[in-house]
Ligand binder design. Structure first.
Ligand code: CA
Ligand code: CA
Length: 508
């Protein structure tokens, strides 16, 4: 293309993006000239230009590698002279009124759509983000039926009068330029992404978060039940009360090389077992003093006592693990009170502060997602909401089960929410090193893992329970305990760091 040709185009250009035509093919040039001439020939006429509208906001298109994105804009004010042109990175790729985009490689791509009528030209540029396809991920990002997506750790919560709770969406997708609106029983209360709800009066509150971009909206309801003051449903210990937890309510391990059994003992859980059966199996393991692995970071179990355990200011809670000074796999401990009195752990949680709480090693608001492998005997890929990613290695030596994904965990992916600790896992010269944190974590050889009244295990002060804003929770008792693997990381000989729990006890 010669200088004269470029000049011709520049005479008609509406903005600098036309300059991109100078580097394009002759075919493109021909099409461009047609558009130019159509526009130039009516320079003296006036009338409505074409108007391009999208059924989604153009700056937020997102697809997986290899996924076809059909771009079908609505165009108003077309006429018999109307022509269409699609440019991808400056190269003409289509002249129809629609275009199918498909790209095998992750990255950001820019597509310019240009329309002319006899009065001139209109154009709109789109950014399409192509997301790497990992693990067994086959669905669109975000959910197929939604332009936006976020993940939410719960949709219902019981909270006693006098407490507050911090509400925020996790893993928000496709929300550039979004606005947020929180409403409490329909009344707007905040225009921020997160919201702190203060439970001042008993009753039901439906908190609705609405995310808006242009004319598109997505909403999420969270039902908060403000319950009587803490203590209303306290269950005093009796002579028959058990020291050990008497029920496992949830067992949701993250993938790991010991979560469904391992080479030494065979599968720990029956094939195709339900979540309820898995929980019962964990309790039976506790009764026998056997290990239960929580799998990789985020994996957890929730257990309950047959009475409310008093918080004394001393070491009220014991959790047995198998830590060594070279192999500590810390789990963060949370406690909860049954504030609605239904006997179930559907109530607000309090994290026990350990040595890392509030330091750079401690991350709150953490979410990590694991993707179910599509092939047996393969690693499990994970991504978190802090930009981290990695793999849980498949290790047939430890666990020949073809999948490290539990039968009772549905779906092609699973997200775990909570706090996490900085990973300190290292491997050098064939030796793995997982040093302990100073104190306050399960399966961690800190100063609090010692020989005590219940034997050698971790001893924890529940007076260290904190509210969401880091303040002492000042609990008088607790009913439920959650233990959650707190670190990521894996080594070639030990596999992923995963908290082990042999039993949970009250020291009363
Ligand atoms: Ca361990
Ligand atoms: Ca409850």
């Amino acid at each position: 293309m010669g200088l004269q040709d470029i000049t011709l185009i520049q005479m008609c250009k509406k903005n600098n993006s036309w300059l991109r035509l100078a580097g394009s093919t002759f075919g493109l040039f021909a099409v461009a000239c047609i558009l130019c001439l159509a526009a130039c020939s009516d320079d003296d006429a006036s009338g409505p230009l074409p108007v391009i509208t999208w059924n989604m906001s153009g700056a937020r298109f997102k697809v997986l590698e290899g996924e076809v994105l059909s771009l079908v804009p609505d165009v108003a004010n077309t006429d018999e002279t109307t022509q269409y042109l699609w440019l991808r990175e400056g190269t003409a790729v289509g002249t129809a009124d629609n275009y199918s985009f498909c790209e095998e490689h992750a990255g950001e791509y820019y597509i310019l759509f240009r329309v002319s009528n006899r009065f001139g030209t209109a154009e709109d540029e789109l950014k399409v983000t192509v997301v790497e396809r990992i693990g067994g991920q086959t669905d669109s990002i975000p959910d197929n039926d939604s332009v936006f997506a976020w993940r939410w750790p719960f949709t219902e919560m019981n909270i006693p009068v006098g407490r507050s709770i911090h509400l925020t969406p996790y893993c928000v997708e496709n929300a550039d330029g979004a606005t947020y609106l929180w409403a409490d029983n329909g009344t707007p209360v905040a225009g921020t992404m997160d919201y702190v709800f203060t439970a001042s009066e008993q009753g039901l509150h439906t908190l609705t978060l609405t995310l808006s971009i242009d004319t598109f909206q997505v909403s999420q309801d969270i039902l908060l039940r403000v319950c009587p003051p803490a203590g209303t449903y306290r269950r005093e210990a009796t002579a028959r009360s058990q020291q050990m937890v008497t029920r496992i309510f949830e067992f949701v391990p993250a993938p790991g090389h010991q979560v469904n059994g391992y080479r030494l003992t065979g599968d720990a859980f029956p094939a195709n077992c339900s979540h309820e059966e898995a929980c019962d199996t964990v309790l039976q393991h506790f009764l026998r003093g056997w290990s239960t692995s929580l799998g990789a970071c985020g994996g957890y179990l929730v257990a309950g006592f047959d009475h409310s355990v008093a918080v004394s200011g001393n070491y009220d809670l014991c959790i047995k693990g198998n830590p060594f000074d070279y192999q500590s796999e810390p789990g963060i401990i949370y406690v909860s009170q049954d504030v609605n009195g239904d006997g179930l752990p559907n109530d607000i949680w309090y994290e026990l502060a350990g040595s890392e709480y509030g330091t750079e090693s401690h991350t709150t608001g953490y979410a990590v997602t694991y993707y179910r492998p599509s092939q047996p005997h393969s690693a499990t890929v994970w991504k978190d909401n802090k930009g981290g990613r990695g793999e849980i290695p498949y290790m047939s030596y430890w666990n020949p089960n073809p999948y490290y994904w539990q039968d009772w965990i549905d779906g092609s992916e699973k997200t775990y929410f909570g706090s996490c600790l900085a990973s300190h896992v290292s491997y050098s010269g064939g030796i793995s090193d997982l040093p302990p944190y100073p104190w306050g974590y399960a399966d961690n050889l800190g100063s609090d893992y010692r020989n005590g009244t219940l034997g050698r295990m971790g001893y924890y002060k529940v007076e260290n329970a904190r509210t969401w804003d880091g303040q002492p929770a000042a609990l008088e008792y607790f009913d439920f305990v959650k233990v959650q693997t707190a670190i990521t990381g894996a080594t070639p000989n030990l596999g992923e760091a995963s908290t082990e729990v042999y039993g949970i006890f009250a020291t009363e």
